[in-house]
Design a protein around this ligand. Structure first.
Ligand code: MG
Ligand code: ZN
Length: 200
């Protein structure tokens, strides 16, 4: 019995990976997708990957982002991604922070990256084979998220990525470091599958 019914996914960080990182995104006018984001998502989708955004949004727990704004921003992001030929299957975010100002969100949760809660939830909700999946982001925390969940991982140099590359934690591994999401896409599409019969 294999996991053939399960599908592979790309777990995508949001700010600095899909769109320009403006700090705490709190107004729709600040939402700027990179020019290659739609194309990258279209190519990944066509290759059979589910596309899942996983984003820490501690600004909600800090009281810096209005409740509901993240949902509004994600609806707008989805609209723009689809307008540019791409797609997203689901968007997950963690609204918590251990020292948050909003009492009910001030918790040491299981979903704040690099903890794997969002990927675990998505895998259960959507039927994902994490061993054939990838996590892409502009911080080591995204790479660590992927590793905690059992995916391969790519650090992109957009957003914080170029700085992060220079401040690599000791013994931190990663499958690839590349310029941006479209480059990450070419790496993913060219990589042999870990389940390929040719390799087993
Ligand atoms: Mg980021
Ligand atoms: Zn959380």
């Amino acid at each position: 019995m294999t996991n053939s019914a399960l599908r592979p996914a790309i777990f995508l960080d949001r700010d600095g990976t899909l769109n320009v990182d403006v700090g705490y995104l709190h107004a729709i006018e600040q939402l700027k997708l990179y020019p290659w984001t739609g194309d990258a998502l279209r190519l990944l989708k066509r290759a059979g990957y589910l596309l899942v955004v996983v984003s820490n949004q501690a600004g909600i727990a800090q009281g810096m982002i209005a409740p509901g704004f993240v949902e509004e921003a994600h609806a707008e992001m989805l609209r723009r991604v689809r307008d540019s030929g791409g797609d997203l299957d689901a968007l997950y975010y963690c609204p918590h922070h251990p020292r948050g100002a909003v009492k009910e969100l001030a918790t040491d949760c299981r979903c704040r990256k690099p903890r794997p809660g969002m990927i675990e939830d998505a895998a259960r909700d959507l039927g994902i084979d994490v061993s054939r999946s990838w996590t892409v982001g502009d911080k080591w925390l995204d790479v660590q998220l992927g590793q905690a969940a059992g995916t391969r991982s790519i650090l992109v140099r957009t957003g914080w990525g170029a700085d992060q590359e220079k401040q690599r934690p000791e013994r931190q591994t990663v499958d690839a470091i590349c310029d941006n999401l479209i480059h990450a896409t070419s790496i993913i599409l060219g990589a042999p599958s870990p389940k390929s019969p040719l390799l087993s």
